[in-house]
Design a protein around this ligand. Structure first.
Ligand code: ATP
Ligand code: MG
Length: 458
């Protein structure tokens, strides 16, 4: 500032404006424009200074920057996760071959199991990233949040331990919302775990639900939230609070203040992604030393009397195919017969999947894109029992392929395989089309189970 005035008093023109923070209780900013005065007046005046207050403009710019940053990080994360899913699929598939070829008494068996466990862990991380970038598979259903939270009570109590008191209070006659139950549970669990970590010496965790009508929203003017009916879930703790400097970073992936090994920094980014993908909003309020409160708003679901198209869009086998949900089940007979057309543009992955399916007794025709798939369909003259196809492919994507194939053969069965959300392509499908869905990455047994279930006569 002084330098600028000095420059002006020397008669210099075009002095760049100076941005400063103004003194006072509240954080305020101003921009000073300094211009020189005419030479003969310089005796009495050094310079002319204008000031524009820029506090509001700055806040707005910050807000835009922040949301652009989240958007970009989300895209990046989603892109990486997508490629990673292919890599992991190949690892898991090759590992399954190894497992099949080695007995548990084999000295290598433990190492192979290690690879499997770590690949599964990596798959879980990828799913969290996909959740953040809002590209994961959601299975929304209409539900009462009060019920969903009551079901979680036991788990929450165990999670937060004995030192932290749990205080649940539900609003009456909560409106229904449409969410993916397991994702919603993930949101609550992540927030509860954070709250617990913020209260090492104990405290209170409150979970409250309430209806918030459009009028209330209009009055309260929540940032960026359209006026409509919502159901609010508030999760508050009496913990350390979040310092103002990091408050806008907490939703970023990999932002963590916890020691290495304690936190990956994906908890809140997962929460953020799930809430956004569900069409909701999340806000945080925090006071240092007093506690933190997260407020989630989910749009009220208006129940319309119509047939729900979702259940037919998916197939039971796909639901259980998520790697983390893998539970030791009695070994089912996973061999079968029939001809499968396998469409996948990634060569390595296609070869592995084909090998896996062949090892279980199926005949497999491979195609690396939609055009090849159509040719193969033509050649085998309808002698095809099932199509297993990637969704995102160059030239012709999965949904387009399905449409063209069904025009020729309306009964053809198909499993879509993808690391992306189902609803990303559900829109581009003609209504009432049946197909099964298998999220990437998957193990050999998950693939074969899905194949078997889809091929079974209905
Ligand atoms: N309830 C809370 N009270 C105080 N600080 C919090 C609270 N919730 C989140 N934070 C802060 O936000 C950071 C990011 O949270 P996030 O859940 O994304 O990651 P993490 O808990 O560090 O790791 P992860 O959840 O992946 O194990 C935390 O490290 C912590 O500093
Ligand atoms: Mg966390």
């Amino acid at each position: 500032m002084i330098a600028a005035i000095n420059q002006a008093s020397e008669g210099q023109a075009d002095i760049p404006p100076v941005e400063v923070m103004l003194e006072g209780a509240k954080e305020r900013f101003g921009q000073f424009f300094v211009t020189a005065v005419d030479e003969d007046e310089r005796e009495t005046e050094a310079a002319i200074v204008y000031m524009l207050e820029t506090t509001e403009r700055r806040a707005l710019e910050n807000q835009i920057n922040q949301s652009q940053k989240m958007e970009m990080v989300g895209q990046l994360a989603g892109g990486i996760a997508h490629d990673f899913n292919n890599v992991l699929s190949a690892i898991m598939m090759a590992n399954d071959f190894l497992l099949n070829a080695h007995k548990p008494t084999d000295p290598s068996f433990q190492d192979i199991m290690q690879i499997k466990q770590n690949a599964t862990r990596a798959a879980t991380l990828v799913r969290q990233l996909l959740a953040f970038s809002r590209r994961q598979t959601l299975r929304p259903q209409v539900l009462d949040l009060g019920d969903a939270l009551s079901d979680l009570t036991m788990l929450l109590r165990r999670l937060i331990g004995e030192k932290v008191k749990l205080d649940l209070s539900h609003g009456r006659d909560l409106w229904p919302v449409k969410v993916d139950v397991s994702q919603f549970e993930q949101v609550i669990v992540n927030l509860a775990v954070n709250a617990r970590d913020a209260m090492p010496d104990g405290g209170k965790l409150s979970v409250r639900t309430a209806n918030v009508s459009a009028e209330e929203v209009a009055q309260a003017a929540y940032k960026g939230m359209p006026v409509a009916d919502y159901v609010k879930i508030e999760i508050s703790d009496t913990g350390t609070g979040i310092p103002a400097e990091i408050r806008e970073k907490i939703f970023e992936p990999f932002f963590s203040t916890k020691e290495v090994g304690k936190g990956t920094g994906l908890g809140l980014s997962t929460v953020y992604g799930i809430i956004k993908q569900t069409g909701g909003f999340i806000y945080v309020d925090s006071e240092l030393g007093k506690g933190t409160s997260f407020q989630i708003f989910l749009p009220r679901h208006i129940v319309v009397a119509e047939v729900q198209p979702e259940p037919q869009a998916t197939n039971g086998s796909a639901k259980d195919a998520a790697p983390a949900a893998e539970a030791p089940k009695p070994r089912a007979d996973l061999t079968g017969q029939g001809t499968i057309l396998l469409v996948e543009d990634e060569e390595g992955l296609r070869a592995l999947n084909a090998r896996g399916l062949r090892s279980r007794g199926y005949s497999v025709i491979e195609a690396s894109n939609g055009i090849e798939a159509m040719e193969a369909l033509e050649e085998c003259n309808g002698e095809l029992d099932l199509v297993v196809s990637d969704v995102v492919m160059p030239e012709m994507d999965g949904p387009t392929l399905l449409k063209v194939m069904r025009e020729k053969n309306p009964d053809i069965k198909i499993i879509f395989v993808s690391g992306y959300a189902e609803d990303a392509f559900e829109k581009s499908l003609p209504e009432n089309q049946q197909f099964a869905f298998l999220p990437k990455p998957f193990t050999l047994s998950q693939l074969v189970a899905a194949v078997k279930e889809t091929m079974a006569p209905q």
